[in-house]
Design a protein around this ligand. Sequence first.
Ligand code: ATP
Ligand code: ATP
Ligand code: MG
Ligand code: MG
Ligand code: MG
Ligand code: MG
Ligand code: MG
Length: 270
Amino acid sequence: RRGMAKSKFEYVRDFEVQDTCLQNCWVVVRVDGRNFHRFSDQHNFTKPNDARALLLMNHCAKSVMEEIKDICLAYGQSDEYSFVFHRKSNWYKRRASKFMTHVVSQFASSYVFYWNEFFPEQPILYPPGFDGRVVLYPSEQNLKDYLSWRQADCHINNLYNTVFWALVQKSGLTPAQAQDRLKGTLSGDKNEILFSEFNINYNNEPVMYRKGSVILWNKVNEISKKVIKLPHEAEEKEVEVCRVRNQPVVLHCDIINDAFWEEHQNVLSA
Ligand code: ATP
Ligand code: ATP
Ligand code: MG
Ligand code: MG
Ligand code: MG
Ligand code: MG
Ligand code: MG
């Protein structure tokens, strides 16, 4: 860019390796909070689910999508978020390191930047980190199964955590005792403990905790005011202009059953 001359050092560029994501594959970038067991403790997260923390995660994911329009869907739970790039995306020539590092750095800086909006009474004590990975899925079914896997993980962990913290917070068990009590229990047993000992119907727990969060693009009408000056009139006047804008929208719903994909067919095809 700075003219044709090349320095004698230029050859070191050839040490860089190609990391193009295979054509036609869905590219998933998953980020996960580093040591959030500790981070959540030190920042007094409500256990088992801190709603503020989950809403902050969702807000960061939306900010990532606003910056990177080739992401067609995102799914988040706990301290993790998965971002799906459309299989036809040619962003940064499909370089894996660009996908991963842009997502994870935008996510991490947003987490700190927006922290205060979600935790007005809790100062952030140290800069949190996030890891990132890239995984390619060659078929639509593989991608759907990946997302189902993350939502199943959300369900299993959340059911466990809900009983675990009920035993600790409401029955006064120590964490070790609660862990012991739950050893070897199946999900039916956990539902039964919640119902008979705590009068909790697990299915009535908040849906964001049970299902995690899905983010999709949605068209919305945006009305804004604009000042215009007509050629034959002396005065300027204000008019309303309506524009269709794509906006990331957060849902909390089942993504394992086909119904979700039937209702949102455009997400993977467009
Ligand atoms: P690693 O660096 O290996 O990811 P980690 O401590 O972050 O270690 P994870 O398996 O990612 O381990 O688990 C994240 C932990 O963060 C959860 O087990 C939970 O303790 C805590 N956590 C994350 N989000 C929330 C939340 N919204 N409310 C309460 N606790 C949370
Ligand atoms: P890309 O996203 O491709 O990296 P970029 O705009 O960041 O695009 P770079 O080649 O990384 O392009 O160049 C960084 C630019 O940022 C410089 O060209 C300069 O304009 C600006 N910049 C960076 N650091 C400074 C600084 N300390 N003072 C003034 N300008 C700076
Ligand atoms: Mg630079
Ligand atoms: Mg981990
Ligand atoms: Mg983590
Ligand atoms: Mg995690
Ligand atoms: Mg730069």
